[in-house]
Write a new protein. Sequence first.
Length: 475
Amino acid sequence: MLFNSFIFIIFLCCVVPIYHFLNRRYRNLFLLGASYLFYGYWDWRFLSLILASTLLDFHVGRAIYHNEDEGRRRFLLFLSVAGNLTILGFFKYYNFFADSFAALASVFGLKLDYAHLNIILPVGISFYTFQTLSYTIDIYRRKLEPTDSFRDFALFVAFFPQLVAGPIERAKHLLPQIEKSPSATAEDFREGLALITIGLFKKVMIGDTCGRIVDQIFADPKLYSSPELMMGLMLFAIQVYADFSGYSSIARGTARFLGIHIMVNFNQPYLSANITELWKRWHISLSSWLRDYVYISLGGNRKGTGRTYFNLLLTMTLCGLWHGAKWTFVFWGFLQGSFLAIHKLILRGKKATLGFTYAGGRSFFVFLCKVVWTHALFLFGLLFFRAQSFSNASYILKEFVFWKSYGFDRQIFTIVFTYYFVTILIDVIEYWTKDHAFLLRLQPAYRTGLYFATLGITFVYLFQARSYPFVYFQF
């Protein structure tokens, strides 16, 4: 069930009033059923995987908390980690490793094609697996007490606004809200509507329109000139950001309709002046999860300079693997880790500058150059993120180096400039207002008109064009 579909609008219009009409003691049970219906709309068979992870971590979490023997506690944590990663690994990575091994074996004349299986990747499995894993890990670290309600924990795992593409919530933030079965206030509804409106505009009007151009170019790069290939890459940067941040805004707005606040997942990343800052503002729920449960667990920066760089590289390489079962994703993650390690080396122990300030006499021009350079590094990595193969990526890079242009293409420049301008403008407004629901700052009459205009155009667009699934559904 896509957020940008009419079936979801009908679903939401049914769920929200019924939820608030019910007595508090029945709300979470109803919401759990609605969440399972939402997920099962794709394929009801995959509900068994969510239920398996839920049962495992609910009981393991309680066992860890009530057990004082450290060896036993580590064993129980191992059961949780191994169980969840086995499910994730089989459905997401089995064919990746089987095909890679078969390709290696073919070098020695062995044929292992039979090892490939027709496995369907369950939507959102990477997100809810990391979410439920954080629960048992936090209990093991004695940072969280387990819930006694299986119903509430099951809803924490399957909460439909953020089930299939995040944000990856932590139990200490989301679970207490679920346990209260809150009612939405008038302010919740106002802010929720503003977030959904902005999110739909980003997704449908920016992300989907860019995506159609990007898909066409990357389907066969050899048909396009260097400027067109550069346009495809730059529009992909806009697509993936507008698409995913749009989803996150819709998820936050939908949750607000139920009186629940979920975390901000994007915070103007394309205004970042260095790569470290960008990763503190991009996909915040994943980057903070990897920091807390992978980087710090590996030792973080506590075991010397060399180990710090290794931990960064390994963490971000795993980040790439989390995104997809392709070597191009792995290389993309390695690149991000390399950029972060190089930036840390340049800083020489100093903290990275965060926030859009010009302290120390830096001019706006210098700041702008840093933003452009940071974005260029990110674009370079996105080439491997989007390319179908290393051969396609190398071909596009070659076209960039040996630039082939047939004169100034005003249409290409206009398309790229327009989408960048609109996207960055939204970020600048969010930054200056310090509010992701900045539409609420308008006068009621203007705000209402903008709602009708934006939602009307979005709905007309949905009628006329096929709904694009969100980019991160494949992860």
